[in-house]
Design a binder for this molecule. Structure first.
Ligand code: ADP
Length: 250
């Protein structure tokens, strides 16, 4: 197991309980989708893994180490091995594509060399290789705000890969994209993570996409996991259970 989450719960300061005793595990190299209605707790669940959101209780074991018990320095080191891809890309729009990819190395640097933009020749070569891998080497010196949404998300993938991650967390990576760009982004994500044996956990709105790309699907509703199985076991009854939570209907 690369990741084991055990009994995590999270209540936000406004009193909203977003997660209720959530447990699941992910094998090394697995591509797992998390589906569920808006507000179900998918994003909170993903963010609890890299401690962007700190659970109130439970364990988050990454390579056997409980990240909940990490001090700041240990957490910084472990987070380097966990890449993240965001719905709104989180790129620095006034910087070039290659500079944004290089930002994937920031976790490895002192804040001074990072803020001065000091990267080694090897890092620059690697950034180019990764841009080529997502089909964007021609755009290395293009400002990110000139790219399309799909291209921006491919930069997001390259930036995550630049971390040399063991795990990539993707929070609604295609929610802002048209169907054609969505397919391109998902194809790259699946192909590259499979080839590089990188584990991928992806929050998705679209059940069809989850079925097409995943080794396993986790269904979340109202802060709880109600399905955790192979895509072929996801039938219409289970989809109804995930998307028609009783509490949401009340
Ligand atoms: P999903 O990703 O499935 O849409 P979220 O994890 O974003 O679900 O949200 C789960 C619940 O927690 C929702 O009711 C949402 O409004 C609430 N929530 C999310 N983030 C916060 C926050 N920072 N403060 C308060 N409530 C939040």
């Amino acid at each position: 197991m690369l990741l084991t989450v055990k009994d995590i719960s999270k209540t936000y300061s406004n009193g909203k309980q977003a997660l209720k005793d959530v447990s699941f595990s992910v094998h090394k190299g697995e591509f797992v989708s998390v589906i569920g209605p808006s507000g179900a707790g998918k994003s909170t669940m993903l963010r609890c893994i890299n401690q962007l959101v700190v659970p109130d209780k439970g364990e988050v074991r990454f390579n056997g180490i409980d990240l909940m018990k990490n001090n700041k320095k240990q957490l910084r080191k472990n987070r380097c091995k966990i890449g993240m891809i965001f719905q709104h890309y989180n790129l620095v729009s006034r910087l070039t594509t290659i500079e944004n990819v290089l930002h994937g190395r920031l976790g490895y640097k002192s804040s001074l060399s990072g803020s001065l933009g000091q990267y080694t020749e090897d890092e620059k070569k690697q950034a180019f290789r990764l841009l080529k891998r997502v089909g964007l080497d021609k755009f290395a010196y293009t400002r990110c705000d000139e790219l399309s949404g799909g291209q921006k998300q491919r930069v997001g993938i390259a930036r995550a890969l630049m971390q040399e991650p063991e795990l990539i967390l993707c929070d609604e990576p295609i929610a802002s994209l048209d169907p054609k760009s969505s397919k391109v982004v998902m194809d790259y994500l699946k192909k590259i993570t499979t080839e590089m044996n990188i584990t991928c956990l992806v929050n998705l709105h679209q059940v069809e996409v989850a079925i097409n790309y995943s080794d396993r699907i986790i269904g979340v509703t109202d802060g709880r996991i109600v399905f955790d199985n192979l895509p072929e076991h996801l039938d219409s009854e289970q989809i109804n259970e995930i998307y028609l939570s009783k509490e949401l209907l009340v």
